[in-house]
Design a protein around this ligand. Structure first.
Ligand code: TRP
Length: 453
């Protein structure tokens, strides 16, 4: 039975547009905001190495699995799983991968939009020159004052959500293609300007040391779980986002090549962000483990001390907001595509409903930084930490585990071979080994060791 060659939602116009769109999904707040703060909380060095290992041995094979399943099914993840399980007479329970992805998407989007709103706020702050010549204390105070005003946070959350809903209603493909063509190269350029600045600071050596010094004592089961969760998050894996994008990939595109490029681009941005932020942290005597505020204190501080800092700072936060929006779009795509298919609904209607639901959920994150800052939930310090813990460390890895197993064992060998362009042989064995054994086993071991400890 031949699979469809086109998706009803449209198709990427070329292999490169898929690479850009998937890189746009992967590169986001996860790289610039989350990676540095999680690395800081987990002591740097060892965490970073573990993270890189997880990208290579868990992330890349699972991303390949998502793209190949998506391209085989050519529908939203839920309907793709329905179609493939039916076609190949597999247990319908595999469809749960699609449903849990939709649930994870709502949770992630709810807080993602709040943090992206902070980036919007900082566009104005940088532009106004308010941070010119600011000390570490000034930058810290400005951020904590901002967090103390929930209405302001809600305002920016709303603006960002409205922008996301607007772009998403116009269709991912036309909405994204223009955006990613411009912003990705610019973001790279600006990261390197910042990197140049970081190299001139006193804390450069110490920052590099912090990022790469391998300290065995810091490898705890918790740090390993954090590294794995971050690898899933940063590559947008485990909830069907890449599977949804895979449905729009032309049939003749090489999955291995495109996935490798995406993973490398994503990793370069994350490592560059760390190399920018930690030298600033050490130069100014800041705390690397301070948590979610890390980027919002260090980066403005650096721009405040740089010539033309107000200009570059404004551009930087514009690019971060762009990076965030291309990611937010991909987080909502699995649910959106499903609802459009299922109810023949208009994309704009569905987009607005999805936006409203995750906006309401996002209020929990807003209040986690003020009214509810001291309210622990489920063993985590705040509701925000709990949501982020549940998605990154439980839902995404579990989703990824089952995606890998589905690709390795439930799909017929001929289907997978045709998708990957390999017909058995050594490559087939390597694929089976990595996707069917190494990646799932690694996820399981990390899970169990973290549970036991
Ligand atoms: N990877 C994005 C980032 O780093 C976030 C993201 C987009 C995501 N789509 C996702 C995370 C799907 C998990 C699942 O910012």
């Amino acid at each position: 039975m031949a699979s469809a060659t086109e998706s009803r939602h449209g198709m990427w116009s070329s292999k490169w547009l898929f690479v850009l769109a998937a890189a746009g999904s992967a590169v986001g707040l996860g790289n610039i905001w989350k990676f540095p703060y999680i690395a800081g909380q987990n002591g740097g060095g060892a965490f970073v190495i573990l993270y890189l290992l997880c990208i290579a041995f868990i992330g890349v094979p699972i991303m390949m699995a998502e793209v190949l399943i998506g391209r085989e099914g050519r529908q939203s993840p839920i309907n793709t799983m329905r179609h493939l399980t039916k076609q190949h007479h597999r247990n319908p329970a595999w469809v749960l991968i699609g449903w849990s992805g939709v649930a994870a998407g709502f949770l992630i989007l709810s807080y993602y939009v709040v943090i992206a709103g902070w980036a919007l706020y900082y566009i104005l702050q940088m532009g106004s020159g308010a941070l010119h010549g600011a000390t570490a204390e000034d930058a810290g105070r400005m951020f904590s004052d901002f967090l103390d005003h929930p209405l302001e946070l809600i305002f920016w959350q709303t603006v960002f959500m409205a922008m996301t809903v607007y772009i998403v209603s116009r269709g991912v493909i036309s909405g994204l293609e223009t955006a990613v063509r411009w912003f990705m190269p610019l973001l790279f350029l600006l990261m390197f300007v910042l990197l140049g600045y970081a190299m001139t600071t006193e804390g450069w050596r110490q920052g590099v040391d912090f990022m790469f010094r391998f300290d065995l004592a810091k490898i705890t089961p918790d740090a390993v779980l954090a590294a794995m969760g971050q690898a899933f998050f940063t590559l947008s894996l485990g909830m069907g986002a890449i599977m949804a994008y895979g449905a729009y990939v032309p049939s003749n595109t090489s999955i291995f090549t495109t996935v490798s490029i995406i993973a490398v681009l994503d990793t370069v941005v994350a490592v560059a962000a760390g190399l920018v932020i930690f030298p600033i942290v050490f130069t100014n005597g800041l705390e690397p483990a301070q948590g979610p505020g890390l980027m919002f204190v260090t980066v403005p501080l650096a721009f405040g001390q740089m010539p033309l800092g107000a200009l570059f700072g404004t551009i930087f936060f514009i690019l971060v907001s762009f990076a965030a929006i291309t990611s937010a779009i991909s987080i909502s795509e699995p649910a959106l595509a499903y609802l459009v298919e299922e109810y023949n609904a208009k994309r704009s209607r569905v987009a607005i409903s999805l936006g409203v639901i995750s906006w309401v959920l996002g209020l929990g994150t807003v209040f986690s930084f003020n009214y509810w800052a001291d309210v622990g939930v489920g063993g985590q310090p705040t509701l925000f930490d709990f949501v982020s813990w549940t998605t990154d460390k439980v839902m995404l890895p579990l989703g990824g585990l089952f995606i890998a197993l589905f690709a390795a064992f439930a799909l017929p060998k001929t289907v997978v071979g045709a998708q990957l362009g390999i017909d058995g042989g050594l490559l087939g064995v390597i694929w089976k080994l990595v996707c069917g054994l190494v990646a799932p086993l690694a996820v399981l071991i990390v899970f169990i060791s973290a549970l036991v400890s």
